[in-house]
Write a protein of this length. Structure first.
Length: 344
């Protein structure tokens, strides 16, 4: 049976970078004898246009029936005032597939150091493990009235425990350090995270656990990012810190992510949005999507060999300065993708 991949192409630059990712997947698969079947389903803004729903039931069914989901960014001004927004579909798919742990890597390899906006820079390699299906994104009550509004941040012990185990297990395969990022000097939920994570940590004596308040952590990501190995944090803090962490690599347009739960499928997507400001110009950075394909091959299909091939090709293209304008280059999405394929 071929490996099954569901493709959700996204809005604005979504389809532009998805095309790049799929071209790289096709090329590396031919070279490395990887068989797959890719099925494109409606999702996000264009699904609202087609059938009034950002996440139709048949898309959920198809995702559940596949090994991996490749998703490209959705949303944008076209639907900002619509009764249903594409972003609702994104939150709903994470819940429908129970993708409670979102892994967002930050890597600055020696080849990438020239693109970092930081003046003082060493190689950096850490991951953010972001809780993805709870917290203030999903808590109720959530209300907007004429003179006040209300959101709710709620976490259960089980929700904190399961995502913490993902973080500790990742650290065991990395540099054995977990930093819990929270606001436990103020928030009850953060105090509770510390209690639960301290308990989980006892099962991983080979991993060192330390703590950072989120305001200080956001400063350290700029001042000394090399100190981090695995950052474990709740949903909203993880959203904010991962965009910040992406930018120290030179561009938000390079960073992939992987969202996992207890079972298949695992979902892979760039961490950035649909970049309406540059859509249609052919200049979107395809690395975030190509790196998502690389992550998928390594983690869902046990093809570290193909992932390494993609990684080396991207490094070569970066070293040759064949990059898009967000990284200061003069090349378009297609030229960068062609160069990656040539180097596979
Ligand atoms: N996973 C998702 O689908 C996802 C994630 C974040 C935001 N969004 C949605 O995307 C829309 C736009 O959001 P935004 O503008 O705040 O954030 P954004 O991430 O789309 O863009 C922020 C900045 O980064 C740049 N950028 C992002 N990706 C790039 C790439 N691959 N190459 C070059 N430059 C890139 C953009 O041009 C822009 O200047 C909103 O509707 C938002 O809700 C979707
Ligand atoms: C679009 C939005 C709902 C989403 C989030 O906040 O999770 C995005 O910012 C992300 O980082 O994937
Ligand atoms: Mg975000």
């Amino acid at each position: 049976m071929p490996n099954k991949i569901t493709v959700l192409t996204g809005d604005y630059i979504g389809p532009e970078i998805m095309a790049a990712g799929l071209r790289v997947l096709e090329a590396v698969s031919k070279a490395g004898h990887f068989e797959y079947e890719a099925t494109t389903m409606p999702f996000g803004g264009h699904a609202i246009d087609e059938c009034g729903e950002p996440l139709p039931q048949r898309t959920i069914d198809e995702c559940k029936n596949s090994d991996a989901v490749l998703l490209s960014a959705i949303g944008g001004p076209k639907w900002d005032a619509a009764p249903k927004r594409p972003e609702q579909g994104l939150l709903a798919i994470r819940q429908a597939l129970n993708l409670f742990a979102n892994i967002r890597p930050t890597e600055i390899s020696p080849a990438m150091m020239q693109y970092s906006p930081l003046k003082k820079i060493e190689p950096v390699n850490f991951v953010i493990v972001r809780e993805l299906t709870s917290g203030i994104y999903f808590g109720t009550p959530r209300e907007q009235h004429a003179d006040y509004a209300l959101d709710t941040m709620r976490y259960t012990k089980a929700e904190i425990e399961r995502v913490s185990r993902v973080a500790f297990q990742m650290a065991q395969h990395r540099n054995h350090r977990v930093t819990l990022v929270d606001k436990s000097n103020v928030l009850a939920t953060s105090k509770f995270w510390r209690v639960v994570v301290d308990e989980v940590a006892k099962d991983y004596p080979d991993v060192e656990l330390n703590y950072s308040y989120v305001d200080a952590a956001s400063m350290k990501i700029i001042s000394s990012p090399e100190q981090f190995d695995v950052i474990l944090t709740e949903n909203l803090f993880g959203d904010i810190l991962s965009d910040e962490a992406a930018q120290i690599t030179g561009s938000l347009g390079t960073i992939p992510s992987m969202s996992t739960g207890d079972q298949k499928p695992v979902l892979y997507e760039p961490i950035h949005g649909s970049a309406p400001d540059i859509a249609g110009q052919g200049i979107a950075n395809p690395f975030s999507m190509i790196n998502s394909v690389k992550m998928m091959l390594a983690h869902s299909f046990d093809r570290a060999d193909l992932a390494e091939r993609i990684g080396k090709a991207v490094d070569q293209v970066v070293a040759d300065n064949i990059v898009t304008p967000d990284l200061g280059g003069k090349y378009g999405t297609k030229e960068v993708t062609d160069a990656v394929i040539k180097n596979l």
